[in-house]
Design a protein around this ligand. Structure first.
Ligand SMILES: C[S@@+](CC[C@H](N)C(=O)[O-])C[C@H]1O[C@@H](n2cnc3c(N)ncnc32)[C@H](O)[C@@H]1O
Length: 234
C-alpha cells in the first residue's frame, strides 16, 4: 500500500524522515516516551523504515529486532545501524515466524498499521511475541483527520484513502486505510490486550522548530496521529 513511496522513493523518504518534523519532532519522541525506559529490554519494531527510531532505541540501550516490508528501507536501516540491531524484510500482513513467542518486552508500531486493511492477524502476532506483562506502543494517522481527508465519506467504513505528500521535494500520492476509532481499539481488545494509554499530542512548535507555516499550524492544532499503549496481561 503506497509501496512506491517506500521502495522507489525510499532514498528520499529516508532523508525526509530523518529530520522532518512529523517524524523527528512529533512521532518518534512520543513513541519513545510511551515505551518508557528501554535499557536492557527486547524491542520488536514493526515498520522500521530507514531505521531512525531503531537507532534511538539502540542508543537508549534496547536490544532491537526491526522489520519492514520494503527491501530498500531495510537496506537503509541496516546501513544506519551497522550491525547494532537485527533488521529483516517482513510483511506484517503475514505471520512473523522469525520472532519467537513470548520473546519481546515491547513492540513498537510507529505509523505502519494504517497500511494494513485488516489488523487482527498482526495484533495476534503482537500478542504471541510479547512476554506476559509486555506492551505494544503504536501510532496511526488519526481517524478524525483521515475522515476529513476522505471528504467525510461514511465514517464507519474501513476504506482506502489517498493523500498528497511531498517526499523531500517530490510530490506523490500515498495510500492508506482509514478506519473509525472503534476499529483502532477493537482488534486490541478482541486479542485480550489491556489499553493503558491513549494519547493525542498537543505540541506547541514555534517557527524555528517548524518553519513551514501550514505544517506548524497542522501539527499544533489538528489531531495528526493517535497513540495507543496496550499491555498483554500477566
Ligand atoms: C511511515 S513509515 C514508518 C516510520 C518509521 N516507524 C520511523 O520511525 O521512521 C512506514 C513504513 O511501513 C512499511 N510498511 C508498509 N506496509 C507494510 C507491511 N505490510 N509490512 C511491513 N512494513 C510495511 C513501509 O515500507 C515503511 O517503511
Amino acid at each position: 500500500m503506497g509501496d512506491h513511496i517506500y521502495n522507489e522513493l525510499a532514498d528520499r523518504y529516508a532523508a525526509s524522515s530523518a529530520s522532518g518534523p512529523p517524524n523527528a519532532l512529533y512521532d518518534r519522541p512520543t513513541i519513545l516516551w510511551l515505551l518508557g525506559p528501554v535499557q536492557g529490554r527486547r524491542v520488536l519494531e514493526l515498520g522500521c523504515a530507514a531505521g531512525h527510531l531503531t537507532c534511538e532505541l539502540v542508543r537508549a540501550g534496547a536490544e532491537v529486532v526491526a522489520l519492514d516490508k520494503s527491501e530498500r528501507m531495510v537496506e537503509h536501516a541496516r546501513q544506519l545501524l551497522d550491525g547494532r540491531a537485527r533488521i529483516e524484510v517482513a510483511d506484517l500482513s503475514q505471520t512473523l515466524p522469525m520472532v519467537e513467542s513470548e520473546s519481546m518486552d515491547l513492540v513498537s508500531a510507529s505509523l505502519v498499521l494504517h497500511y494494513l486493511p485488516d489488523w487482527q492477524g498482526v495484533i495476534s502476532e503482537v500478542h504471541r511475541v510479547l512476554k506476559p506483562g509486555g506492551a505494544l506502543v503504536m501510532s496511526v494517522h488519526h481517524p478524525i483527520t483521515g475522515w476529513f481527508r476522505s471528504n467525510r465519506s461514511d465514517y464507519h467504513r474501513i476504506e482506502l484513502i489517498e493523500e498528497r505528500w511531498n517526499v523531500d521535494g517530490i510530490e506523490t500520492t500515498a495510500q492508506m486505510w482509514r478506519r473509525p476509532v472503534s476499529a483502532v481499539f477493537s482488534p486490541l481488545l478482541h486479542q485480550g490486550l489491556v489499553i493503558d494509554a491513549v494519547h493525542e499530542p498537543e505540541p506547541r512548535f514555534d517557527k524555528p522548530a517548524v518553519p513551514d507555516d501550514r505544517m506548524r499550524a497542522a501539527l499544533n492544532t489538528s489531531p495528526v496521529f493517535l497513540y495507543v499503549r496496550a499491555t498483554r496481561p500477566l
